[in-house]
Design a protein around this ligand. Structure first.
Ligand SMILES: [Zn+2]
Length: 155
């Protein structure tokens, strides 16, 4: 068990927007009780329990504010507002992350579909799903839950 915990705590490469560098940071590992204590009920249900907010209800789906979207659980930089686009889906959508290092992609076979789940690389938070029908230049659509994100605005 101790061996396993030590291995989980191995630093992982994460791109940090403020420094423009890849830094090696410890994974953020917490118990359900610890997550509950720092997240709202909605944030917990979505980010830790694979929930999905209802379309058009999140605080960022039509936001045009500038800044960097962080993981609501651990603060990892995830998306720059410059890559956000209006997808018409009712969820904040991006065509690229700040770095692919900061995300972990997992095959999700729930609800009889095969989809690509997007998780935070540092804390494992469920963020949303990735689709191949996004705009240029990547053709990707990172369909995120507002409740899993926290926008740090730049004036
Ligand atoms: Zn995170």
């Amino acid at each position: 068990m101790q061996e396993q915990q030590r291995r989980q705590a191995q630093p992982i490469p994460i791109f940090v927007v403020k420094t423009g560098k890849i830094e090696h940071l410890a994974p953020v590992i917490k118990t359900d009780a610890e997550w509950k204590a720092i997240l709202t009920q909605e944030q917990y249900a979505i980010a830790r329990k694979l929930g999905t907010e209802r379309a058009f209800t999140g605080r960022y789906h039509d936001s045009e504010e500038h800044g960097v979207y962080h993981c609501v659980c651990c603060g990892t930089d995830l998306f720059d507002s410059a890559t956000k686009f209006e997808s018409g889906t009712g969820w904040p959508s991006f065509f690229a992350p700040v770095s692919e290092l900061n995300l972990r992609l997992v095959t999700d076979r729930s609800f009889g579909m095969t989809r690509t789940e997007v998780k935070c690389a540092r804390c494992g938070a469920h963020l949303g799903h990735l689709f191949d029908d996004g705009p240029p230049p990547t053709g990707k659509r990172y369909c995120m839950n507002s409740a899993a994100l926290n926008l740090e605005k730049v004036p």
